[in-house]
Design a protein around this ligand. Structure first.
Ligand code: AKB
Length: 318
């Protein structure tokens, strides 16, 4: 693929690793990292970086034209927990940001726009187990409301203006590089840092709260596979994707296999209610059929790899 890609939110949990992987595949110069703040050194190393606020329409258009961009991956988003603390911020960032990117794609005739959705697009009235791709979606968080809006708006731009919009409903993403910021599934990353550093963790969700999850290598694979998917095979534009589902107790037990002294306690806070409004597991057979999605990591494989990588990075043996 010889396209120029611009990534927003590129120093977030997914953006940081996605930019690195895209640059390895498509060449550093072809992948432009952008974000609102000063970039971490890693993003400036192998390719261009620009400061960009997607709420600034003229700056967005200018950059897309000047850099001759073909594809935008719009990752900048306020996540569920921060979104419940500040719904107005979530609305502005998520809704206006996505609208600006889709409008830019229409006006500048970009080749493709990828904007993530989330399991948060589902709500309490959605079936909780093996949630199908096409099902009732009435989320009860501002984050979820913005994600449903993004899916519907993107699909509208596809059939009305021929904008090639694609979206993945990411589950909780577990990663060893950048930390997640402000989500309800963040516990599944924090637990590894605390297990290695302090051998104990206080979890903000109850022990039996199952949620769909995915390890970062699979998240990168899903994202790139969908970008590269043949448009003629896509009957949908928004896809469930998952790799595993587990509860806090199940991941803690898996970590204990390597760190037997690790202890976990549970003090559910406001995020418990958010988690309880989401599916416990989702069915991603539509993604498997339409663009060949297949994850590689299950819970045991993910836990082993996370502990190996993180212990190396933090210099803590286990
Ligand atoms: C969050 O917890 O808000 C995100 C998500 C599931 O979209 N990780």
């Amino acid at each position: 693929m010889s396209k120029r890609i611009l990534v927003t939110g590129s120093y977030g949990q997914i953006g940081t690793e996605l930019v690195g992987e895209l640059r390895r595949r498509y060449g550093g110069e072809n992948v432009v990292a952008t974000g609102r703040k000063k970039p971490p050194a890693i993003l400036k190393r192998d390719g261009p970086y620009y400061q960009l606020d997607v709420l600034n329409v003229s700056q967005l258009h200018q950059l897309l034209v000047d850099l001759d961009i073909d594809i935008v991956i719009h990752n900048a988003s306020v996540l569920s927990a921060v979104g419940e603390k500040n719904p107005q911020l979530a609305y502005r960032t998520n809704v206006e940001g996505a609208y600006n990117v889709l409008e830019a794609a229409r006006i500048l005739e970009l080749d493709q726009v990828m904007i993530p959705s989330s399991i948060a697009a589902f709500g309490p009235s959605t079936p909780k187990e093996n949630t199908p791709n096409d099902v009732i979606m009435r989320p009860t968080t501002m984050y979820g409301v913005t994600k449903v809006f993004i899916e519907l708006l993107g699909e509208y731009y596809t059939h009305r203006f021929d904008v090639d919009f694609r979206s993945l409903r990411y589950p909780g993403i577990i990663s060893s590089e950048a930390l997640p910021g402000g989500g309800t599934t963040d516990y599944a990353v924090e637990i590894f840092y605390e297990a290695l550093k302090n051998k104990r963790y206080t979890c903000f969700l109850a022990k039996d709260t199952a949620l769909p999850m995915m390890y970062m290598p699979d998240c990168l694979k899903a994202t790139i596979d969908l970008i590269e998917a043949d448009a003629s095979r896509l009957k949908h534009r928004s896809f469930n994707v998952t790799a595993m589902s587990f509860t806090p107790e199940e991941i803690a037990n898996e970590i204990k296999k390597y760190i037997p002294e690790f202890e976990i306690e549970y003090k559910p806070d406001y995020r418990q209610q958010i988690a309880e409004s989401w599916p416990r597991s989702i069915d991603d057979s539509v993604a498997r059929e339409e663009w060949g999605w297949k994850p590689e990591y299950d819970l045991p494989a993910m836990v082993k790899d996370m502990l190996d990588r993180l212990s190396k990075r933090l210099g803590i043996e286990y």
